[in-house]
Structures are given as C-alpha cells and as structure tokens.
Design a protein around this ligand. Structure first.
Ligand code: SIN
Length: 190
C-alpha cells in the first residue's frame, strides 16, 4: 500500500451518503479536533489497543526521519477508550488529508457511556502500510519520540498532549502513559 491513502479513502465511501456519522478519535483527534462537529462524547471500542506503532512522515516526522504516532491494533478482550465526534461527511476532505499517511477509514462499533452501541468510523493504519514501524520496547519508542520532529511540531508534544488528554478522561492506557512517563524522564535528563 502507498503511504498516501487519500484516494483509497475517497473510493471506500462508507457513510458518504449519511447526513451525520460518528467518528472515533483515539490519537491527536482526542486533543485537537480541527474540524466542525455537532457534539463529542467519550466512547469505547472492544478488541483494539492504541499503540505507538505507526510512522509519521508528514506531521511528527519526515520521510527520512519518521516520528512515531498511534494507531489501533487488534487486541482480543481489550477495550480502547477515545472520543466520538458527531460530524457530517463534509469533514472527510479535511480528515482524509490529515490522516493520509497510511490510515484507512474503517467501520467500527462503538459503545457509549450509556451502554448503547452504534457503528462509527475510525482511521486505522494497519501493518501493511508503507509507514508502519511496528512494535518496539517502551524505552525505544520514548527515545525515538524524543528526537523526532515534523511539520506539525515535535513528536514529544504529540505524545505528551495525548497522555494528558487520556489522563483528563480518566483513561488508564498503560502503553501510552508508560511512553509518556519514560519520555518525561528522558527530557528531564537532556
Ligand atoms: C486518531 O486520532 O483517531 C488517529 C490517529 C492520529 O491522528 O493521531
């Protein structure tokens, strides 16, 4: 798969004929929407985990020195809490561009705090995309993030903003919080 997913996402077209849909944000979309939305609510999905396994060539790194950003990986039995945004399909142009470095739109059942379940859309980068970096130790991920930077700013800002947003939502994401804790220690030692 090419790193640029804009065309593939346009062709897929799920929800394009709906007036409104729910979008599941689990990374930068939690702390920085950047698009108009009707409402937003915490929501969880099951069978997925948030991991810093995706490379970023266009936001928090460059093609020559990619940053590390989160994607969702299959994790039977686990739940991943994020932020659901009720949006219109007008946001697709903006989102397809923002998430173009390997992320594909995927339909995903989401469970709201009141227990009701609805299908929504998540942008997920899978292991077959060209920007995939994959698993690494928490120490290696934190050190990678410490040094990377791209057009949207330092990779460390992404990781620390995400950890702060998850803490504000009372989400005990052990992977993301461990990366942020290690990263803070590395920064303190600079
Ligand atoms: C998301 O936030 O839902 C996708 C990953 C990212 O842009 O950080």
């Amino acid at each position: 798969m090419s790193t640029n997913t804009i065309e593939a996402n346009r062709r897929a077209g799920a929800f394009a004929d709906h007036d409104e849909l729910w979008l599941f944000g689990y990374g930068s979309l939690i702390y920085k929407a950047g698009f108009d939305y009707i409402e937003r609510r915490p929501v969880r999905i099951t069978g997925w985990a948030r991991r810093f396994w995706q490379g970023s060539h266009d936001h928090r790194g460059t093609p020559g020195a990619p940053g590390r950003v989160v994607t969702l990986v299959a994790a039977p039995g686990e739940t991943c809490t994020g932020m659901a945004y009720r949006v219109t399909p007008a946001v697709f142009d903006y989102l397809d561009h923002r998430e173009k470095n390997g992320y594909l739109r995927a339909v995903q059942p989401m469970t709201f705090e009141d227990g009701h379940v609805e299908d929504g859309l998540a942008y997920i980068a899978t292991a077959d995309n060209a920007a995939w970096l994959g698993e690494a130790s928490i120490d290696d991920i934190a050190e990678h993030i410490r040094t990377a930077s791209g057009p949207s700013g330092p990779n460390r800002d992404y990781a620390l903003h995400l950890a702060d947003a998850l803490r504000d939502m009372n989400v005990a994401d052990t992977h993301c919080l461990a990366v942020a804790d290690r990263l803070r220690a590395l920064i303190a030692a600079e």
